[in-house]
Design a protein around this ligand. Structure first.
Ligand code: GLC
Length: 663
């Protein structure tokens, strides 16, 4: 049962695609207050115009919020939906790159809530008062959807139905992809492929970060390195490699650059209040931002992807689309003033004055307030619709693909997102670090993302920032082999983390090989989830709601209907404790290519897992199809597929051509 409530004049986000009538009154699940004169709420310290709140019973758990920090059960902390370019995902961070305003309160009478509000939205989930949840925002203009259902899972399914089918990538996107910020020379790209093939480490995708472009200009390639880009793309395809170029949100301001000139001539960029184009510095220097909230501008920006698609590209990642701003002229002028004041102040200089400069320059809310959209005739200040930018940039591309490459699936994922974008692409969870704690953070986000419709997702395996280590990378991969997006990506200046750089390429060959062995199952499970508005990864609490220990186990996940994953995520560990809510088969993919299987009774166990082993648990009576490893997705052999799991188990495997769009 879904009810839709309307407050004020909401911005139409198109997150929900099912037409629902607006119900009169207020939702029964909580108390809504619309403040005539803004009051300071102790919860947020801010002055909200709208607040929904409700008492939480001790046993209730709160799920959802997609790409967010901390636990799978979100109780006990505070979160803010405001797409944020912040590479330091420490525990205190309340906003990451995505804004996914859907929660489920699970208890005796479960309820789901979707706050369709594209500005900054604050969730105080038992932070100020452990017994209260309060969701508030600064403008009382939103739709609130309230969903009642038999269980948390039933509520998620109902929600997923009204937001539309999740994005379906091409099958090659279930292979492994190598990436690093810094690859720029054609020879460097060739070498990465050569080394993978030489060491027999499977590979399907090679990512092109910003250095493939001509001076970081979107939809261009460096002409010196790629004088015949089409031929280069073809050369890679002959080796079963799909190149995945990055596209950034900012379009370089440069006379003579066709994308800039066309956008400027046609009024397709976001503006300032005085009508001039809004400009901010990102990688290429000063840039403009296509007004993707405007239908015409969106169609125009999307059409630009054709420049690369026409050269054989069938995969992209959209970046810096919160949008990330390094600084504007305003910010720079103010920083200069601060520095001057500091330098000119007398002998008692206060160095603290300088500390705030960075924060005021980068991704400054003041800048977001100076940026305006023309939302099909209505002028809207950017900060009020901030969370829609990455979504609509990705939508621009996806809508254009229908014309540029009709009937063909294109790999597409984005950094910033809002619910609704899940129909157009996947996401990666941004600039994590080579920290053990980030393996667990990666795991915990997966079911929350699935609740919000994002099925094609993954993290930078091995960690993006800071230096990785061989053991960290291997342990992280033993989770990554199960995530739909499986990519090794790292930042410029960090230790190189291509697998062949380490002393034990055979360990990596084996672990990545396990991914390919699992593709017959993973692809099928993914497609079943997408086609049935279901989750690929579920918290144990969704499957065993009566089991108190299962409900509070957050370092294991259910995968599909058949399996459970429990990767090792601690340094120096020789295995881990695992809780089995029911009897399961403990399966290990061993480095010699064999698969061990041991039936374990329900309860708590310590299982040993070596660095080069991949553990998996198969639910009682079930089994999954597993093939032989291969060097790429097209090299997988159907005839090698066999069942792994309980004897006699049957599995109904979904498969298709992996490249045509589905109606
Ligand atoms: C951003 C992206 C990262 C990329 C870098 C350079 O930080 O999140 O993945 O490598 O920009 O383009």
């Amino acid at each position: 049962m879904i009810r839709k409530y309307c407050y004020g004049k909401p911005f139409e986000t198109d997150a929900v695609i099912e037409m629902l009538p607006v119900s009169p009154g207020n939702p029964a699940s909580g108390d809504v207050t619309v403040f005539e004169t803004p009051e300071r709420l102790p919860a947020s310290g801010k002055a909200p115009a709208f607040c929904w709140r409700r008492r939480l019973l001790p046993e209730e758990m709160v799920f959802g919020l997609g790409e967010a920090n901390r636990g799978i059960n979100k109780r006990g902390y505070v979160y803010e939906s405001f797409c944020t370019d912040d590479p330091n995902h420490t525990e205190n961070k309340i906003s990451l790159y995505g804004a996914h305003n859907f929660i489920v309160i699970a208890g005796n009478k479960p309820v789901g809530l979707f706050f369709d509000y594209p500005g900054r939205l604050h969730f105080d989930i038992g932070f100020t008062d452990p017994e209260w949840i309060c969701v508030s925002c600064e403008e009382a203009d939103l739709y609130l959807y309230e969903i009642e259902g038999a269980s948390a899972e039933d509520i998620v399914r109902q929600f997923r139905r009204i937001i539309g089918r999740s994005y379906i990538p091409p099958k090659f996107a279930f292979g492994f992809g190598q990436s690093r910020w810094g690859y720029g020379r054609a020879e460097e790209f060739r070498e990465v492929v050569r080394k993978h093939r030489e060491q027999q480490i499977p590979l399907d995708m090679l990512y092109m970060d910003i250095d493939y472009m001509d001076h970081y200009k979107d939809f261009t390639v460096n002409p010196e390195e790629f004088p015949d880009f089409k031929a280069f793309v073809e050369e890679m395809r002959e080796q079963d490699i799909h190149l995945v170029p990055i596209i950034d949100a900012g379009v370089k301001v440069e006379a003579g650059y066709d994308v800039y000139e066309e956008g400027a001539a046609n009024g397709y960029f976001c503006r300032k209040e005085d009508g001039s184009y809004f400009e901010a510095v990102v990688w290429p220097g000063f840039t403009c931002f296509a007004d993707v909230l405007n239908r015409k501008a969106r169609a125009w920006f999307g059409s630009k992807y054709a420049a690369l698609v026409n050269q054989g590209i069938d995969a992209f990642w959209n970046d810096m689309n919160e949008p990330a701003l390094f600084y504007t002229r305003r910010g720079e002028a103010e920083a200069e003033k601060t520095v001057r004041r500091y330098l000119e102040s007398g002998p008692d200089k206060n160095v603290m004055e300088l500390y705030g400069i960075g924060g005021n320059l980068q991704n400054s809310v003041r800048d977001y307030r100076e940026m305006y959209h023309d939302a099909d005739g209505v002028s809207v200040r950017h900060d009020r619709v901030h969370n829609l930018y990455g979504y609509n940039m990705t939508r621009a591309a996806s809508e254009a693909f229908e014309k540029i490459a009709p009937g063909k699936r294109i790999l597409m994922f984005s950094r910033a997102s809002y619910i609704g974008m899940h129909r157009y692409g996947g996401i990666w969870t941004g600039d994590n670090k080579s920290w053990w704690s980030h393996i667990l953070l990666n795991l915990k986000m997966l079911p929350s993302l699935n609740m919000c419709g994002f099925l094609y997702c993954g993290a930078d395996l091995g960690g993006f920032g800071d230096d990785t280590t061989e053991d960290l990378l291997l342990r992280w991969l033993a989770l990554g082999v199960f995530t739909p997006l499986m990519r090794n990506h790292s930042a410029l200046g960090t230790r190189f983390q291509e697998f062949y750089r380490f002393g034990r390429p055979e360990a990596f060959r084996h672990v990545i090989g396990v991914r390919y062995r699992l593709v017959p199952y993973l692809y099928s499970a993914y497609m079943k989830a997408a086609l049935n508005d279901a989750m690929l990864f579920r918290p144990l609490a969704f499957v065993y709601p009566e089991d108190e220990i299962a409900c509070h186990t957050e370092d294991q996940l259910m995968l599909g209907d058949e399996a459970m994953i429990a990767p090792v995520y601690e340094q120096n560990a020789i295995g881990r404790s695992v809780y089995l809510p029911e009897e399961m088969m403990f399966v290990k993919f061993l480095p010699d290519g064999t698969i061990s299987g041991e039936i374990l009774p329900a309860g708590l166990h310590f299982v040993r897992v070596a660095l080069d082993e991949v553990p998996l648990f198969i639910r009682k009576g079930r089994g999954i199809p597993v093939g032989d490893p291969a060097q790429s997705i097209p090299a997988l052999r159907e005839e090698t597929i066999r069942m792994v799991g309980y004897p006699g188990a049957v599995y109904d495997r979904y498969d298709d051509d992996g490249c045509s769009t589905l109606s």
